[in-house]
Design a protein around this ligand. Structure first.
Ligand code: GA4
Length: 325
């Protein structure tokens, strides 16, 4: 990473805010049949919840974590061989194409072009890209299954048919999903919290995050205040994305979130962003519109939205150009 003094002039330091009160993060137990109602409530109130009894094998998680750490502990000169992340590969501090930066390094991968994902990794000294590739594939397959189960329970909770109305978008062979490994090195100035990943919403339908036991994730509450989410390495955290907010005609909230670097511990997170095929039309579902209710958004394709999102700054409200006036 670069010298901090150069960096902190551009990235704000933040006061660590209050911890989310214990038990306040909505908790969804996937083994409980009544979880569908809690799921709907969590998507309405926060656009964010924690999942336990998720069925993702713990060895998939630990294998991917150690392969990822092996990669991130390689010399910077080696890691840079796997970059830049345009559109996929290794990135360091620069996020997106519009000048956003954070105290983070990461690997961005596509589920649509698996053959392209690891090409740049093959010349990295001492790293077997094959091991990383297998670990990512096993993990993503299991997490995608869980994401689909959640989306089907959500459809049940909303009483909409067919129950795969959301999950089929992720199951589609052409699903444009993304996978990301984020490594936040400890912030070198003790007591300071730099922005690791700036505030934003996720453009896709649903995001599934798992991290090690280092804190840093915060979500914005309805009043705009930030709440820190206590880490839990055994659970998954789910975000409603912009596309699901549109399909639910604003009834579900795409949660604004950010990550602060931790001054003591490095944080490693793995996030699956479940997206639809590029040609998919995104619009409020007629079955979710109450009688007389107007559609808040005009119809757009995921391609159109993604193009606009990827040419925007991280923090902007990406849905504004798609709102009906
Ligand atoms: C946020 C969610 C995912 O991490 C991501 C990010 C993407 C990127 O890192 O290239 C974006 C960001 C994310 C939304 C706005 C644009 C694009 C950075 C950025 C400034 C991979 C995604 O799909 O959208």
């Amino acid at each position: 990473m670069v010298v901090l003094s150069k960096f902190s002039s551009v990235v704000k330091t933040c006061k660590p805010p209050a911890l989310f009160p214990a038990g306040a993060v909505p908790l969804i137990d996937l083994s409980k049949p009544d979880s569908k109602h809690l799921l709907v409530k969590a998507c309405e109130e926060f656009g964010f919840f924690k999942v336990v009894n998720h069925g993702v094998p713990s060895d998939f998680i630990s294998t991917l974590e150690s392969e990822a750490l092996r990669f991130f502990s390689s010399p910077l000169s080696e890691k840079l061989k796997a970059g830049p992340p345009d559109p996929f590969g290794y990135g360091n501090k620069n996020v997106g194409a519009c000048g956003d930066i954070g105290w983070v390094e990461y690997i961005l991968l596509s589920t649509r072009h698996p053959q392209l994902n690891f090409q740049k990794f093959s010349s990295i000294m001492g790293l077997s890209p094959e091991n990383l590739r297998t670990a990512v594939n096993e993990y993503v397959t299991a997490v995608k299954r869980m994401a689909c189960e959640i989306l089907e329970l959500l459809a049940d909770g909303l009483k909409i048919h067919p129950r795969n109305v959301f999950s089929k978008l992720l199951m589609d062979e052409q699903s444009d999903s993304v996978f990301r490994l984020n490594h936040y090195p400890p912030c070198p100035e003790l007591g300071k919290n730099l922005i690791g990943f700036g505030e934003h919403t996720d453009p896709q339908i649903i995001s599934v995050l798992r991290s090690n036991n280092a804190s840093g994730l915060q979500i914005a509450l309805n009043d705009g205040s930030w709440m820190s989410v206590p880490p839990d390495q055994h659970s998954f955290f789910i975000n409603v994305g912009d596309s699901l907010q549109v399909m639910a005609n604003g009834r579900f909230k795409s949660v604004r979130h950010r990550v602060l670097s931790n001054s003591a511990k490095s944080r490693l997170s793995m996030i699956y962003f479940g997206g639809p095929p590029l040609s998919e039309k995104i619009a409020p579902l007629p079955s979710l519109m109450e009688a007389e209710q107007d559609s808040l958004y005009r119809e757009f394709t995921w391609f159109e939205f993604k193009k606009s999102a990827f040419s925007s700054r991280l923090a902007v409200n990406r849905l504004v150009p798609f709102e009906k006036i």
